[in-house]
Design a protein around this ligand. Structure first.
Ligand code: GLN
Length: 425
């Protein structure tokens, strides 16, 4: 398709009936599909065809969905622009010449372009919410453990969740209903009913926010681009006119979230990606008497630059002597972020911030400057560190570029953030 949103187009028919019958769903290419190649946007897995379905894919089929294809993504989910894919960059259908966000940029682009009704992405540090915001659609990052990760090719296990992308809050909530719930194949999954809630997510999109208290963390607003802040303020005013009380809150720890996130994500990635050595998985490095040389050739040929950078940094941060200095400190910061959110939810029902502090980058702009790309994750990564649910909803444009607003809820507070999001659409 013209935006390069798909890596592989296909048609997998689900059951003839079910809540998603007659609807098309695109699936990010790091979710295993039986018999359909699953590349993770990497040359390493160009020819990899999984022998089984991810649980979320199985649930789509059971729900009657038609799967239209596997969507383009930053290689192994590592990026914020969908430009690190070995299958070429994705264009933003809502903002020509700009990136669609990442790493689930293909999923958001095909929904924004109308090439699929709905899509699945994955969010390790913002990869559902960022592309949703940049492409002017809705994305939900569920509470850690609400959705099965079985069959998701791992990037950073302790942070990531599969989440829906859709044109409207109601449709995103419908898709979440289909994929949520415990799975005997993933021991980190929970039953939401053990946490005082149910799975009636779509019914929660009733727009009724009268009496809701919304906290605005000053740290997530202050550094944002002026045009983004204007749209954010207008949305907050609209909420207030619907009976919402807003209050400023402080989350002092979030200033360390990006660095803690990248140390943890790269550490987990360096370990997860060890399996791509050309023997267990990935392109063969050949063999001439030395396996280390063989593995090195496989990884040199199969991985792109961003992936290599992260494997190197992650290995370094976990190595003896540096572990205490980097990895342990990052874990301490993670605990602090969690405490700050807990404290905030004692006085407010949900938190609101711009999803991304900036409008979509121009294509090519951030590739030479990885640090600039990492800093763009300032508002999304704290949520993954704290394992909380969040939704990004479109709230207008600045200079013709889409702006997204993020609501963050307490653990298993999906219905509250969905209700809040529905009041703005
Ligand atoms: N941009 C972040 C990263 O590169 C988030 C990616 C994601 O959520 N998969 O790690």
């Amino acid at each position: 398709m013209e935006h390069n949103g798909y890596i592989t187009e296909t048609e997998i028919q689900g059951r003839p009936d079910g809540p998603l019958a007659g609807r098309t769903v695109a699936v990010k290419d790091n979710l295993s599909t039986e018999g359909v190649r699953t590349t993770c946007g990497s040359a390493m897995l160009e020819a990899y065809v999984p022998p089984y379905d991810a649980t979320v894919v199985e649930r789509l089929k059971q729900a009657g969905a038609t799967i239209t294809g596997k969507t383009n993504m930053d290689e192994f989910g590592m990026g914020t622009t969908t430009e690190t894919s070995a299958f070429g960059a994705v264009e933003n259908p809502a903002a020509p010449g700009r990136v669609p966000g990442g790493s689930s940029g293909g999923s958001a682009a095909v929904v924004a372009a109308g090439d699929a009704d709905l899509a699945l992405g994955t969010d390790t540090g913002g990869s559902v919410r960022c592309p949703a915001a940049f492409c002017g659609v809705v994305g939900i990052k569920p509470t850690y453990g609400l959705v099965s990760r079985y069959g998701l090719v791992a990037y950073a296990n302790s942070l990531e969740q599969v989440g829906p992308i859709a044109p409207t809050v109601t449709e995103a909530a419908e898709l979440l209903e289909v994929i949520a719930g415990p799975d005997s194949h993933d021991a980190t999954t929970h039953d939401a009913t053990d946490h005082g809630t149910d799975y009636e997510f779509a019914a929660a999109a009733d727009g009724d926010v009268d009496g809701l208290t919304v906290g605005v963390p000053t740290e997530l607003l202050d550094g944002a681009h002026e045009g983004v802040r204007e749209q954010f303020r207008a949305a907050i005013e609209s909420l207030e006119s619907q009976g919402v009380t807003t209050q400023a809150v402080s989350l002092p720890s979030v200033e360390h979230a990006v660095e803690a996130y990248y140390v943890i994500a790269m550490g987990e990635a360096s370990s997860n990606l060890a399996r791509y050595d050309g023997v267990r998985y990935g392109v063969s490095g050949g063999y001439d008497g030395d396996w280390n040389d063989s593995f090195a050739r496989s990884r040199e040929a199969g991985f792109g630059e961003e992936v290599k950078r992260r494997v190197l940094l992650g290995t370094y941060a976990l190595s003896a002597g540096y572990q205490d200095k980097y990895y342990r400190k990052a874990q301490d910061a993670r605990a602090w972020v969690q405490q700050d959110f807990d404290a905030a939810f004692e006085s407010v029902d949900v938190l609101a911030s711009p999803t991304m502090p900036v409008p979509p980058f121009e294509r090519g702009e951030s590739l030479d400057d990885p640090l600039q790309m990492y800093l763009a994750d300032a508002n999304t990564t704290p949520v993954n560190l704290a394992n909380l649910p969040a939704i990004s909803v479109p709230v207008g444009e600045t200079d013709g570029l889409p702006v997204g607003l993020q609501f963050v809820g307490p653990a298993f507070g999906e219905k509250t953030i969905i209700r809040a999001g529905s009041a703005l659409s």
